[in-house]
Design a protein around this ligand. Structure first.
Ligand SMILES: [Zn+2]
Ligand SMILES: [Zn+2]
Length: 109
């Protein structure tokens, strides 16, 4: 997949990354379009502290479900469904999540 990666502050690189198959309860979304907002611009410069080098940019997107992991009770959308999403991955259990700061969650998936 193509991804726009923040190589360093002020340095974006369009790169190819390996496709990942969704795990149980997950879906994979083929992004159709993503916006560029003010937090992206300030993250690019490093002035807001909300982006870090190595991060894939673009968080306001929509796309189509193109792969579905093993279906659990949480996933019921069929292939081809148009979706948008909250891209923040959070555990829901740590101190940051308990405070409502899911964007600061240390869980990485
Ligand atoms: Zn935004
Ligand atoms: Zn958390």
């Amino acid at each position: 997949m193509r991804a726009l990666v923040l190589q360093d502050f002020g340095d974006l690189v369009l790169t190819e990354l390996p496709e990942r198959l969704p795990r149980a309860g997950e879906v994979r979304v083929r992004v159709v379009a993503t916006g560029i907002c003010g937090s992206d611009l300030h993250g690019y410069t490093g002035e807001n502290g909300r982006r870090s080098p190595g991060q894939i940019m673009g968080h306001e997107m929509y796309g189509l479900i193109d792969a579905v992991g093993d279906r659990g009770t949480e996933v019921s959308l069929p292939l081809g469904t148009t979706v948008t999403m909250n891209p923040v991955v959070a555990c829901g259990a740590c101190a940051s999540c308990a405070r409502g700061w899911q964007q600061r969650c240390g869980a990485k998936q």
